[in-house]
Design a protein around this ligand. Structure first.
Ligand code: SF4
Ligand code: SF4
Length: 269
């Protein structure tokens, strides 16, 4: 992946980054406040106590002891070396990375090992188009939301598919740098956090749930709600939706449709 068109999704620019594959969202309490407090405390501990590789075992032991280790999915590792990379706490990332330690790479001690940590590219690298990647990077300026969205391929693809089908073209990423199109898209993606029909079940993350032994893909039982499968089904699953009545589905469709309609109107202005 060494060509000029390569877009680094993990650490794309100031103000956002992702730590999802380091287990960031796998704590039972993965709310923003809880994760921020956890990461803030361990980052401070790291900078105060770690001067070299020899200090890492005690840092890891104390961190595991101090933090609530209850996980969403037991089989996914939550790495204790994920921290904030900047003073402003706008980017999460690896505290063992050489760029954080004057060139010293300490990732050999990690659960996955240096090679995996260094060479892992999640499916979003392969499945999102260049336009989708760039647009998303321009739209979201928030580490917590960015990591949730960049790893949700369905959510990203569905948004850009829906709007492209209405404006008959793929909007150039540049148009998402500022202004109304960015604002509307940002509101759409922030529904990942603020969606009123979001299930609070700890074993749910986007379209997946864990049944105790394996990941399963969730389905919405439209029949029992007296509705046809929604045209926004993939989005609803990505938003961990749990509908109690058919009217819930109607309302949810109205919300997404108005995001799309508003975008289309603003695009034509
Ligand atoms: S989940 Fe993907 S984008 Fe996020 S840190 Fe891992 S490889 Fe990077
Ligand atoms: S050691 Fe590996 S898993 Fe842990 S934070 Fe660093 S990159 Fe992520």
């Amino acid at each position: 992946m060494n060509d000029d068109s390569f877009i680094h999704l993990c650490q794309p620019a100031g103000g956002k980054s992702c730590g999802a594959c380091c287990g960031l969202y796998n704590y039972a309490d993965s709310s923003r406040d809880s994760l921020a407090a956890r990461i803030r405390a361990r980052t401070r501990r790291f900078h105060a106590a770690v001067k070299g590789t020899n200090d890492l075992p005690s840092f890891a032991a104390i961190t595991r002891e101090c933090e609530d280790q209850t996980k969403r999915y037991e089989v996914i590792y939550c790495c204790e070396y994920l921290g904030f990379l900047d003073q402003g706490e706008s980017r999460v990332g690896c505290l063992l990375h050489p760029l954080q330690n004057d060139g010293l790479d300490m990732r050999d001690v990690s659960f996955y090992g240096r090679e995996l940590c260094d060479g892992h590219f999640c499916p979003s690298y392969h499945y999102l188009t260049k336009e989708e990647k760039l647009s998303l990077i321009y739209i979201i300026d928030d580490w917590y939301l960015y990591g949730l969205c960049v790893t949700d391929i369905d959510l990203v693809k569905e948004w850009f598919r829906l709007i492209a089908s209405m404006i008959y073209e793929v909007p150039p990423p540049e148009r998402f740098r500022r202004g109304k199109l960015r604002e509307i898209s940002s509101r759409f993606f922030s529904r990942k956090i603020s969606w009123p029909f979001r299930s609070e079940a700890a074993n749910r993350l986007g379209k997946y749930y864990f049944d105790g032994s394996q990941y399963m893909i969730n389905h919405i039982d439209y029949d029992s709600l007296g509705r046809e499968r929604s045209r926004f089904d993939k989005i609803f699953l990505s938003l961990s939706s749990e509908f109690k009545t058919g009217s819930d589905v109607d309302e949810a469709e109205g919300i997404i449709q108005s995001d799309v309609d508003e975008f289309v109107a603003a695009y034509k202005e």
